[in-house]
Design a protein around this ligand. Sequence first.
Ligand SMILES: Nc1ncnc2c1ncn2[C@@H]1O[C@H](COP(=O)(O)OP(=O)(O)O)[C@@H](O)[C@H]1O
Ligand SMILES: [Mg+2]
Length: 232
Amino acid sequence: MTVTEVLRAENVTRELTGEVPVTLVKNASLSINRGEFVSIMGPSGSGKSSLLYLLGLLDMPTSGKIWLDGEEVTTLTERQIARVRLEKLGFVFQFHFLLVEFSVVDNVLLPMAKLGRLTDKEQRERAEALLVDLGMGDQLRKRPDQLSGGQRQRVAIARALANDPLIILADEPTGNLDSKASANVREILSELVHDRNKTVLAVTHDPEFARAGDRQIHIVDGRIENDELRPD
Ligand SMILES: Nc1ncnc2c1ncn2[C@@H]1O[C@H](COP(=O)(O)OP(=O)(O)O)[C@@H](O)[C@H]1O
Ligand SMILES: [Mg+2]
């Protein structure tokens, strides 16, 4: 299989200026290929989320460059970046951030509606198919607050997949789940990589999660201290 680089960072630094300047991420460089399952680990407060937000174009570096799918994104306007994010990235957070006033299926079709590539009928069909795939077929009309934590996270994954992203970025996706629901989310993400050639980049504290991945990046004090393939 050909190796395709989907994400590249070169000397990415994110500083906050203020009374007390803070460096969230220092000189991070990495290259991620399609089909990799990468775990980002490190102590609390080490900058894992900050790095993920930079790589997910939710935040911009103060210096350094980022390429996504071969395109340098650090030179784009905010509007262009929003479009790239919608088309190419999917996000799963520790807290699901589903819209509580919308049904499960409507939460999943919102990103498709925003992108506007599919007809209304196609959007609904795709949203339902994604949810059926994740074992949520009998919950389509429910509201998020009627679901368990694990079910909500599956809806969040379906939503992340809505626009068929190149990369799924997850920030402690199992951080709020019991062990059974965690195992389920881990398996779903792992299958996306191994059966569907998606790329997953996940911040996690869960050693089992990291073991399921192919590669571990360790962050200490905002720096990439270690970046290695899983030993086995
Ligand atoms: N907006 C902010 N203002 C000030 N400090 C911040 C801000 N965001 C994050 N930090 C600090 O930067 C460090 C890294 O945060 P974060 O990336 O959330 O770490 P992690 O996800 O590894 O726990 C922490 O010390 C945090 O308190
Ligand atoms: Mg964090």
